[in-house]
Ligand binder design. Structure first.
Ligand code: ADE
Length: 255
């Protein structure tokens, strides 16, 4: 019987870039701050918890030691993901965070959406033979159709760059990769997941509309609190669903 129970246990790794987005889930899961020797000098933080049959590791990029702000963006995201996945060997990797949505896609501020199909870059613009496609990337995203239905969360294609603003070039590349959710980490994590063959799902809450006249930073600051609260609420529903559904196709997405 104990072997049965052990067989059903699944490991979920959840990665955040910003402390204010991570802390509510850490509190709700009563997760424990855990030090790992392999973190070395990096500012990464880790929290561990258990929910139903899920063994959960939460990774936070942590504070930049020079600028004393959250280490957002693709570089910390890929290094953190690489450390965490190598050590924890999760059955599923989630990346929770904020994103810019589009009025033209009828997104709502504070709406939480699941990634679908693939994650791609719109900020790696390399107009050389074959390098263009390499730059855009396209890394597979876990099958989340059942989760989407169960939690009533819409899906979108997540697209990554290291910029908060939306340049004309970004627009061209997002049209090309068909991205509808603009953010700053997911494709970097997707790139890491392909090497570990780890199913990967980005989960993003909309703080601003990219195709709206108002400045992104202003919209972001205004809407941040409500978006982050919704993210925590939906993350708990998602984790409960995952805990109750060990045979969902999401666990077996070919990577
Ligand atoms: N995070 C939240 N809104 C964003 C945007 N518009 N671009 C990139 N990252 C974001």
């Amino acid at each position: 019987m104990s072997q049965n129970k052990a067989e059903k246990t699944k490991r979920v790794y959840i990665q955040f870039a910003m402390g204010l987005e991570c802390n509510p889930l850490v509190a709700a899961l009563k997760a424990t701050k855990t030090d790992f020797h392999w973190v070395g000098a990096f500012p990464f933080e880790f929290y561990t918890s258990q929910l139903k049959n899920l063994e959960i590791l939460i990774g936070l990029a942590g504070m930049d030691p020079v600028h004393q702000v959250d280490s957002i963006g693709s570089v910390p995201a890929s290094v953190l993901a690489s450390f965490a996945i190598r050590e924890f060997r999760p059955d599923l990797v989630l990346n929770a965070g904020t994103c810019g949505g589009f009025l033209s896609s009828e997104h709502r501020i504070g709406e939480v959406l699941l990634g679908s199909q693939y994650v791609a870059f719109h900020g790696r613009r390399i107009d050389l033979p074959r390098m263009r496609e390499y730059g855009i990337g396209k890394y597979v995203v876990a099958s989340s159709a059942n989760l989407s239905k169960h939690c009533a969360l819409r899906q979108g294609i997540v697209s990554t760059s290291d910029a908060l603003d939306f340049s004309l070039e970004d627009k061209v590349y997002m049209a090309e990769n068909q991205g509808t959710l603009k953010e700053m980490e997911a494709a970097a994590i997707g790139w890491v997941c392909q090497f570990y063959k780890a199913p990967f799902l980005p989960i993003k809450t909309v703080t601003d509309f990219v195709d709206h006249g108002a400045a992104t930073a202003e919209q972001f600051m205004t809407n941040y609190a409500v978006s982050v609260e919704n993210l925590k609420t939906e993350m708990l529903k998602i984790l409960n669903y995952l805990g109750n559904n060990p045979n969902d196709p999401i666990w077996n997405t070919p990577v």
